[in-house]
Design a protein around this ligand. Structure first.
Ligand code: PEP
Length: 360
């Protein structure tokens, strides 16, 4: 027997299991899947509008699911103008189910933060939702910004010798720091220093990025400015192999959403994106693993916010979602949509993903 695909549904928990209960198509109080395209650092504004137009063309009259587009910051304003609901309704028979997404935001509202964009700036140009904690930012910043080589340099003998001299000349030098540096500089510690340098270089290269605490501040800044949050979480390959997936996800969610009050949870969408399943060349997570993690996250939300909230919070899956696997993924009782990278840059592929379960 094949599992049915529902485009609109309610969710119930019976015998400790979450289930989708079909709803009338377009029922305003039912759960609407959300298919969100993360364009990452691709497309100039004009090209973004052209892509969106092709997708709308292929999704005429689709009003029963939410669709979202996350262009780079430079493409937001142009796309905001284009996706004006009356225009979309007239041209394509769609409208209020199209959402403009930003790929990130900063937690401070203004000031000397060169290159950052605040949540109120995003809200002011018509952004509806913001992706927070994407793994590109949680885990890859170290690689790109070179924290690791900069820390490694600080562990060289010459840097430590100069630092020791500089610090000891201060009026009230921190004795603990001075003695730690002096200790590292002892001849017998050469190997320790070299090992430490290698260890930190590797750690930072692999792991440096946004912390759970910074992500929590971004969540609150977004909510305070009326933006909904697409909160990303997910484990890397190492954590999965070490059977630490659930522990890590629990930490990401507990810290990242700490302080979000129960009534505000309807502004939160969670995206489970296992890092090992993301991007070109990777394979999507197997459906059993997606189902297991989505149930885990939903049960955690039930502990934190109660069953009613847990049943309704949309949990998306992300990681190589394509036209040929979206139906299987959407059949899972815990999945409410997808966060799509590569395939969202192709109009034909992304429209097929939006149209999951419908005849071609
Ligand atoms: C992503 O980067 O969020 C993503 C899911 O990418 P892809 O669909 O290309 O794996």
């Amino acid at each position: 027997m094949t599992t049915p695909i529902y485009r609109n549904y309610y969710r119930q928990r019976t015998a400790n299991q979450w289930r989708k209960i079909p709803a009338e198509q377009g029922d305003p109080s039912a759960i609407r899947p959300f298919l969100a395209g993360n364009w990452k650092m691709n497309l100039i504004p004009r090209a973004g509008v052209a892509l969106a137009a092709r997708i709308f063309d292929l999704c005429h009259n689709i009003r029963d699911v939410d669709m979202g587009f996350a262009p780079p910051f430079t493409g937001l304003s142009t796309l905001a103008d284009y996706i004006e609901p009356d225009f979309l309704q007239r041209e394509y028979g769609i409208g209020r189910n199209v959402f403009l997404l930003a790929q990130d935001t900063f937690f401070e509202s203004k000031g000397a933060f060169t290159g950052e964009i605040s949540a109120d700036m995003l809200a002011a140009i018509g952004v509806d939702r913001v992706i927070i904690g994407h793994s590109d930012r949680r885990a890859n910043l170290g690689k790109y910004f070179g924290f690791s080589s900069s820390v490694a340099r600080r562990l060289s003998k010459s840097f430590l010798t100069q630092s020791h001299l500089r610090l000891s000349q201060r009026e009230n030098p921190d004795i603990k720091i001075l003695s730690a540096i002096a200790h590292l500089l002892e001849e017998s510690n050469n190997d320790v220093l070299e090992g430490l340098e290698k260890f930190l270089e590797h750690e930072l290269n692999e792991r440096a990025g946004e912390s759970d605490e910074a992500i929590q501040r971004k969540v609150h800044a977004a909510l305070a400015n009326g933006l909904q949050v697409i909160f990303c979480c997910g484990e890397n390959r190492e954590a999965r192999r070490a059977h630490e997936t659930f522990e890590l996800l629990e930490r990401q969610i507990r810290i990242g959403l700490d302080g979000v009050a129960r009534p505000t949870m309807h502004e939160i969408i969670i995206a489970y994106e296992p890092i090992w399943a993301i991007g070109e060349g990777a394979k999507p997570a197997p459906p059993e693993q997606i189902a297991e993690v989505h149930d885990f996250i939903r049960n955690l939300l039930m502990d934190l916010y109660g069953e009613q909230v847990a049943a309704r919070v949309r949990i998306l899956y992300g990681g190589n979602v394509k036209p040929d696997n979206i139906c299987e993924i959407m059949q899972l009782a815990g999945v409410d949509g997808a966060l799509v990278g590569g395939a969202s840059l192709n109009a034909s592929d992304f429209s097929k993903i939006i149209r999951f379960g419908l005849p071609n």
